[in-house]
Write a protein that binds this ligand. Structure first.
Ligand code: S3P
Length: 451
């Protein structure tokens, strides 16, 4: 597969203790939403701590394509001069969202109820992912979509000229689908209601409220019902993006499995809809503590301290926790390989439609590096080797399938294996964690670019 330019083969060598402070970048979910909601206000939204990864930069460019002015100061402060709800201009060229499922799905929702037409594309990974999960509910507003077979990108969306409000129950646990419908509901008259059976990350709801929309959330018999009043005048905001718990997961988990490590990861957002991994690690026996717990910008935040934990045990991860750690199963499986006993992960079929089929990608790479894995359609089990007992040294490079989290997970595996772990392409890491290599090197990791 191609899509990120020339592949960048990488090798992660076994290393000594990881020590120090890991300042991970801003939250990817909140960064996308800051730019999109900023573009839907009249006036200037100011964003600090924005994740400057390829995914988010693609969303910034997309917002320019739709008529917003998006600029960056030398100190990393971003300014978005928005066009207001319903004010998007029609892009003159194809909108390229790169590798970003969140970017494309949220932007499709945001433009779906404006009288404009836009064509979206992405890299080979994004162009193979299902979009009907978004275009089906958007059709209820009156939006039309024409894509490739099975609803794949490239795809043209024709916004509804006279949108009607919608009541929609999201059939799978997906914050992207929920958010796309809510963003479309912004420019529909009346009340749009989205119901989710399982709670997923709630950044869109929190941020819509912050931007001044009338939104209420109720627990009902059908699930979590979110009601949004259409056609608000959103108010520009000053946003400090918290650091990303999904990125923090990598230095935290690496520290847990590399002997002698002690790493502090400061200022991590611990919104309960995102923090499932950390609960799971603690249940496995990880030496992971929360220091300096506080509330910042309405979100719980703490400094995470992770120390080498040689006695972790596999557990059955509660399936109802899946949504709160959906992006963290790949790195959890690396920790599981270094624990004793089985780690059982059920109710996770969404992993099959991420940037790659993450169950398949992890199972293949783990097996090739000496870890036993069993898997089925919506479950998988990693058979722990015990601390320090993962062989590594697969015959062929691990395939990363244009998936940043697969790449970073195997780079962490190599740090604690007996022989190095080699990847076919570490380039996708830049989509969400562009400073991963220097940050991990600063802690003591030994990751080398080959060739
Ligand atoms: C995201 C939602 C999740 C997650 C993705 C970010 C978001 O996707 O995997 O990395 O910001 O809304 P799904 O909505 O497909 O579960």
């Amino acid at each position: 597969m191609s899509g990120h330019g020339t592949p960048i083969p990488m090798t992660s060598h076994p290393c000594g203790p990881l020590n120090g402070q890991a300042e991970v970048p801003g939250d990817k979910s909140i960064s996308h939403r800051s730019l999109i909601l900023g573009a839907m206000c009249i006036g200037e939204t100011v964003v600090t701590g924005l994740l400057e990864g390829e995914d988010v930069l693609a969303t910034a460019q997309a917002m320019r394509d739709f008529g917003a002015e998006v600029t960056r100061d030398d100190d990393g402060t971003w300014h978005v001069h928005g066009v207001g709800v319903g004010g998007f201009a029609e892009p003159e060229t194809v909108v390229d969202c790169g590798n970003a499922g969140t970017g494309v799905r949220l932007i499709m929702g945001a433009m779906a109820t404006s009288p404009i037409t836009a064509t979206f594309t992405g890299d080979a990974s994004l162009n193979s992912r299902p979009m009907a999960r978004v275009t089906d509910p958007l059709a209820l507003f009156g939006t039309q979509a024409v894509g490739r077979t099975d609803g794949r990108l490239p795809m043209t969306i024709v916004g509804a000229r006279e949108p009607v409000p919608v009541r929609y129950t999201v059939p799978m646990p997906s914050a992207q689908v929920k958010s796309a419908v809510l963003l479309a509901g912004l420019n529909a008259p009346g009340e749009t209601v989205v119901i989710e059976k399982e709670a997923t990350r709630d950044h869109t709801e929190r941020m819509l409220e912050g931007f001044g929309a009338e939104i209420r959330v109720e627990e009902t018999e059908e699930g979590r019902a979110i009601t949004l009043k259409g056609r608000p005048e959103l108010q520009p905001q000053v946003i400090a993006v918290p650091r990303d718990p999904s990125s923090a997961a990598f230095p935290v988990c690496a520290a847990l499995i590399v002997p002698g490590s002690d790493v502090l990861v400061p200022g991590i957002g611990l919104n309960p809809t995102r923090a499932g991994l950390f609960d799971t690690l603690r249940e496995m026996g990880a030496d992971l503590t929360y220091e300096n717990e506080r509330v910042e910008g309405g979100e719980p935040v703490a400094d995470l301290r992770a120390r080498f934990s040689p006695n972790m045990k596999g557990i059955e991860v509660p399936p109802d926790r899946a949504a709160s750690m959906i992006d963290e199963y790949p790195i959890l499986s690396v920790v599981a390989a270094n624990a004793t006993g089985d780690t059982v992960m059920r109710g996770v079929k969404e992993l099959r439609v991420k940037e790659s089929d993450r169950i398949e990608a992890m199972a293949r790479g783990l097996r090739a590096n000496g870890v036993a894995v069993e898997d089925g359609e919506d479950w998988w089990i990693v058979k722990g080797c015990g601390a320090g007992n993962v062989a590594g040294g697969a015959n062929a490079p691990v395939e990363t399938f244009l998936d940043h989290r697969i790449a970073m997970s195997f780079l962490c595996l190599g740090m604690a294996s007996q022989a190095p772990v080699v990847l076919d392409d570490g380039g996708p890491v830049a989509t969400s964690f562009p400073i991963f290599e220097p940050l991990m090197a600063g802690l003591g990791a030994d990751i080398r670019r080959e060739g």
